[in-house]
Design a protein around this ligand. Structure first.
Ligand code: GAL
Length: 389
């Protein structure tokens, strides 16, 4: 080959190489080398340490052995139903996250509760000091049944990242009355068929008086959006949207966190709360919830109580500023106490993207306090030093 021709051939070869590099790395969203992050940018794509947008939606975080573990729903491009399972990421600094593994994979076997195509949402993991096991609860809907099953799934693992062993699903507290229901309410005769029309004054009163609690007494109470909370004394609670999402329940878990003690209360009957997230500061319990508008955002609600068992009081929306009425286009999922910092709590929320679920982003904001009540303010970017101010 003549030297000129060789030069041209080499040049063409270099262009081809460069082209394929850009195709693989430049255009595709994955495999970009990730920047080292030093701040949060709410609502933006959040690359993990491999440059791939974090896939852990509706999640919760467990701090264990000096590391944060983020568990969340794997979401795919076209559907919000579970195609992969519950993902687990880890981080030391809360900004830079490493994908560890699918902590609880969907199962292949037809008829399994957690079959591919079921709905596995809002997973939360807690550590049980007595048994040294990690316990995961999540909202489960059975494949092909829409959101009618309204069950909680329970899984357990010896290692924090899993794999988690799926144990069972259930509707909590079958055959048990809530502690804050009166005898009169328990014995009331009204049933759903007495109210052909919903949202009337009479219907609201009947809901308040436990219409749905009575309906579901035998089979257990419905359980959809949920979180877990471990109190200072190690007692754990499952907080879930019940009664057709009309009423929240707070239910105490057994010592091993694998079942219920039967102690539970109804919170904000008929209040239509979802997406509960909770924390405690100076002896007061704070719970932030959303209203019920599916994937569309709405205004957050704030509830406080001097004891987990109430009485719970509702306050105005804790969000302020532009888009406060839409919780900055997001919905609560968890409130994370930052390790080693006093009174430092991060409000974690999801900005859903039902058309491309995998691209849903995360809205993390610092919880500030005014008159001892949490306040959420939009920030384009922020870092943990905000808690030192
Ligand atoms: C939301 C809920 C999400 C998901 C969605 C389905 O209200 O918070 O977790 O269940 O509805 O439409």
């Amino acid at each position: 080959m003549k030297p000129n021709l060789r030069r041209i051939r080499n040049l063409l070869f270099s262009f081809a190489l460069l082209g394929s590099f850009f195709l693989q790395n430049g255009c595709a969203q994955t495999n970009k080398s990730a920047p080292f992050l030093k701040q949060f940018t709410p609502g933006k794509m959040w690359p993990d340490v491999n440059g791939v947008h974090i896939n852990a939606h509706g999640g919760g975080i467990l701090f264990f052995n000096d590391t944060y573990y983020w568990f969340g729903e794997h979401k795919s491009e076209r559907t919000s139903s579970a195609q992969v399972g519950i993902n687990c990421y880890s981080s030391k600094d809360l900004y830079n996250w490493k994908f560890k593994q699918v902590a609880l994979p969907v199962q292949d076997s037809a008829g399994s509760d957690i079959e591919k195509g079921s709905v596995m949402e809002r997973p939360k993991v807690i550590f049980n000091k007595n048994t040294q096991k990690f316990v995961m609860y999540f909202h489960l809907e059975l494949k092909g049944k829409g959101y009618s099953a309204a069950r909680v799934g329970i899984a357990v693992a010896d290692n924090v990242t899993g794999p988690y062993t799926y144990l069972r699903s259930l509707r909590p507290n079958a055959g048990v009355w809530p502690m804050n229901m009166t005898d009169e309410q328990k014995n009331a005769k009204a049933t759903l068929s007495d109210f052909p029309e919903w949202w009337t004054k009479e219907w609201r009163k009947a809901v308040d008086d436990g219409l749905f609690t009575r309906r579901d007494f035998e089979g257990g109470q419905m359980s959809r959006d949920m979180t877990l909370y471990v109190d200072d004394d190690g007692t754990a609670y499952h907080i879930y949207a019940s009664e057709e999402n009309l009423t929240l329940n707070i239910a105490e878990l057994s010592d091993d966190y694998l079942s219920y003690t039967g102690k539970y209360i109804r919170v904000a009957p008929g209040g239509h709360n979802e997406a509960p997230a909770i924390f405690k500061k100076d002896g007061t319990y704070f719970m932030i919830t959303s209203g019920c508008t599916g994937w569309d955002p709405n205004a957050a609600r704030l509830h406080t109580a001097p004891s987990i068992w109430g009485p719970w009081t509702q306050h105005p929306n804790p969000c302020t500023g532009p888009d406060a009425d839409l919780t900055f286009h997001s919905q609560s999922t968890y409130i994370l106490p930052v390790e080693g910092k006093k009174d430092a709590f991060i409000f974690m929320a999801d900005r859903w993207n039902p058309r491309r679920p995998i691209d849903a982003t995360y809205v993390w904001l610092p919880i500030q306090f005014k008159n001892n009540l949490p306040v959420l303010e939009w920030k384009d970017k922020w870092d943990l030093s905000i808690f030192d101010e």
